[in-house]
Design a binder for this molecule. Structure first.
Ligand SMILES: [Zn+2]
Length: 414
């Protein structure tokens, strides 16, 4: 298990980066405004560049990643990524540039991977991995399914374990203690930093993660294990929408047979390719200056990012209530268990809420976030969380002041 040093200075660095980012966006806006007249044509010209996607085959070289009976993670991730890259280059080379973090069997540090993506000015980062559970796990031979991660708080022990396993590559690097000392996904400072990054970049990451997950289920026949969030270093360090895909479990011998075949690898690459086409249909135009023609056609993915959704509300009697404005105070905050989020409003009878009747929502960054509660103490909230996680494995506890979410309760501390 990797040991990360808690480092408050690191958090401040992130925070200042965030501030600097805000300032540079303002500067860009001003510049755009100032030049939009005289240099409008030049600006349009500059907007026409290729959409850049960085494909990251997990592990490599002396880092084999997870191992099965007769294959290993580094070989399969490279095969899938190469197939994916070839499909994109064949069909979309006019509009899309593909960058690889590795194109052979060699070791690249996590920092090196993030740097390749950042230096290329990538518009999307796709990291491909294969999952596994500990040798002592009872379900080692039967566990299966795909997971797609975006950066965030690991809300369940399972998500945390996956992030720890993928982050532990750091320990294979010579000077990992200095290089990664600022990163501690378990610290509360990281929680706050992740919250600061809850912006459009994350919304787009989640949309793409959703699309990849759907495609892996429908096109590659993988069992659904959900779109999740956890503290992956490589997602934290990349500055564009980014996802980490865990294709399936190599520790399950039946699944391994699929993962190592050319046919299986082609199906998984096609699944990610289809999701990529949807993403480029939706967001490629901003970058290339025109609609990107993909083989999959014009079926873009729904965009809820950044604005309050305008979908028709459910009938009045089924409508859920918003969290009351006066709930909780700084002297006495309330706690709620957040169970789900959606871009369109759910009704009281939506199957997604699994029969939970006392649900109230709040709006955050254009998404409806559904909660149960309120609870007057962290202890009560943790108890309710344990119960809710049976139906909603990714549930977590939010802190409510004046009817608004002000933070999250660290439920790792018990
Ligand atoms: Zn991995």
């Amino acid at each position: 298990m990797p040991v990360f040093v808690l480092n408050v200075k690191g958090f401040h660095k992130i925070y200042h980066l965030f501030e600097a980012w805000t300032a540079s966006v303002l500067a860009c806006l001003l510049l755009t405004f100032a030049t939009s007249g005289a240099f409008g044509a030049a600006k349009d010209e500059a907007a026409r560049r290729k959409f850049t996607v960085t494909l990251d085959a997990g592990h490599g070289g002396h880092d084999t990643g997870a191992t099965g009976v007769s294959s290993n993670e580094k070989t399969i991730t490279l095969a899938v990524v190469k197939k994916l890259g070839e499909m994109i280059e064949k069909d979309l080379s006019d509009d899309v540039k593909v960058v690889y973090t590795r194109d052979g069997d060699y070791f690249v540090t996590l920092q090196g991977r993030a740097q390749i993506a950042n230096d290329a000015g990538s518009d999307l980062f796709i990291s491909v991995h294969i999952n596994s559970v500990a040798k002592t796990s009872k379900n080692r031979n039967t566990v299966e399914g795909c997971q797609v991660y975006t950066l965030g708080l690991h809300k369940t022990a399972e998500n945390l374990n996956v992030a720890k396993r993928e982050n532990s590559v750091m320990e294979l690097e010579d000077d990992h203690t200095t290089r990664y000392s600022n990163f501690d996904p378990d610290s509360q400072e990281s929680d706050i930093a992740f919250e600061l990054f809850q912006n459009k970049r994350l919304d787009q990451s989640i949309e793409f993660a959703d699309a990849v997950h759907n495609e892996l289920v429908n096109t590659a026949g993988r069992q659904p294990r959900g779109v999740r969030q956890a503290g992956f270093w490589v997602l934290w360090a990349t500055s564009m929408p980014a996802v980490l895909v865990e294709l399936d479990f190599i520790c399950n011998p039946e699944v391994e047979k699929f993962l190592k075949t050319d046919k299986g690898q082609q199906q998984m690459a096609t699944a990610i390719y289809n999701a990529f086409c949807s993403y480029v249909n939706t967001y490629g135009k901003d970058i290339t200056g025109h609609n990107v023609a993909t083989r999959k056609g014009g079926k873009g993915i729904s965009s809820a990012a950044g604005s309050v959704p305008s979908a028709p509300p459910p009938p009045a009697k089924d409508r859920l209530k918003a969290i009351p404005e006066g709930e909780g105070s700084y002297r006495k905050p309330y706690y709620r268990v957040q169970i789900a989020a959606s871009s369109k409003p759910y009704s009281r009878r939506s199957p997604e809420l699994k029969g939970y009747s006392d649900v109230e929502y709040y709006l955050d960054n254009g998404l409806y976030k559904y909660t149960v509660g309120p609870y007057s103490s962290p202890k009560k909230a943790r108890k309710a969380l344990e119960k809710a996680q049976k139906d909603f494995p990714d549930a977590f506890v939010v802190i409510i002041v004046d009817g608004k979410r002000t933070g999250m309760l660290n439920t790792h501390e018990k």
